[in-house]
Write a protein that binds this ligand. Structure first.
Ligand code: DX5
Ligand code: ZN
Length: 220
């Protein structure tokens, strides 16, 4: 099974994003954290930024929407060219029709859960999603500590996916470094978002490779 390393540009220099994207050219996808100052107490980018980023990188964009009312706004990110669009379970009124709409536009559909949100209600919906994002910090900010107590969610997801014969990407986001990535890989994750550990490294490309190597040797 493949390991995917998705650096989050939340910790990048927002005034030099084209240059920052060049430093992570060996990544699998670029994780783009969209925050609306309502669902989370922080504000970042919108749809135009996704369009602009896509023009300056060949890497696929993995858009993580930390916004209210994704039912209304998420399809616009798929139309903007995002490779994957992940919305929060806590914010969506109708996750299944929304996921179908994202897929019909041509994006991979993802659903995210905050650390305090149970995953059980979503296990039966797995066929509707291409990826599930298990937050390993409270969404809103980079540089927080990994919450290990959410790891059992990955086991439940992995079992549900394999029972249904699905290759659902199981993603973790928050506090991922060379140590915590091992814990998450052993628990069942195969797609890893890393913000500060990549962009605060002296050599982001070398850091991506160490994360990839650490995960690959501990993949479930
Ligand atoms: C947090 C974001 C993350 C963030 C991760 O709400 O969803 O993608 O950038 O940053 P680190 O890796 O620094 O925890
Ligand atoms: Zn994120």
């Amino acid at each position: 099974m493949a390991v995917r390393i998705n650096p989050s540009i939340l910790t990048a220099d927002f005034a030099n994003l084209e240059h920052e994207l060049g430093r992570i050219a060996s990544a699998d996808l670029v994780h783009v954290d969209v925050m609306d100052n309502h669902f989370v107490p922080n504000l970042t980018f919108g749809q135009r930024m996704v369009e602009s980023l896509q023009r300056v990188t060949p890497l696929p964009l993995d858009v993580h929407l930390m916004i209210d009312d994704p039912d209304r706004w998420a399809p616009g990110y798929a139309e903007a060219g995002a490779f994957s669009v992940t919305f929060h379970a806590e914010a969506a009124a109708d996750p299944v029709p929304l996921a179908r709409r994202l897929r019909s536009i041509g994006a991979r559909a993802g659903i995210a859960v905050k650390p305090g949100t149970a995953i059980e209600p979503y296990l039966e919906l797995l066929p509707e999603f291409d990826q599930v994002l298990v937050m390993t910090v409270e969404p809103g900010f980079g540089g927080q500590s990994f919450i290990e107590s959410v790891m059992p969610k990955l086991g439940l997801l992995r079992d549900a996916a394999s029972r249904s014969g699905l290759d659902t990407w199981l993603q973790v986001d928050g506090g991922i470094n060379e140590q915590t990535i091992i814990t998450a890989a052993e628990a069942g994750a195969n797609t890893f978002v890393a913000g500060s550990s990549v962009f605060n490294a002296a050599d982001p490309a070398a850091q991506i490779e160490s994360l990839r190597a650490a995960a690959a040797t501990h993949l479930h």
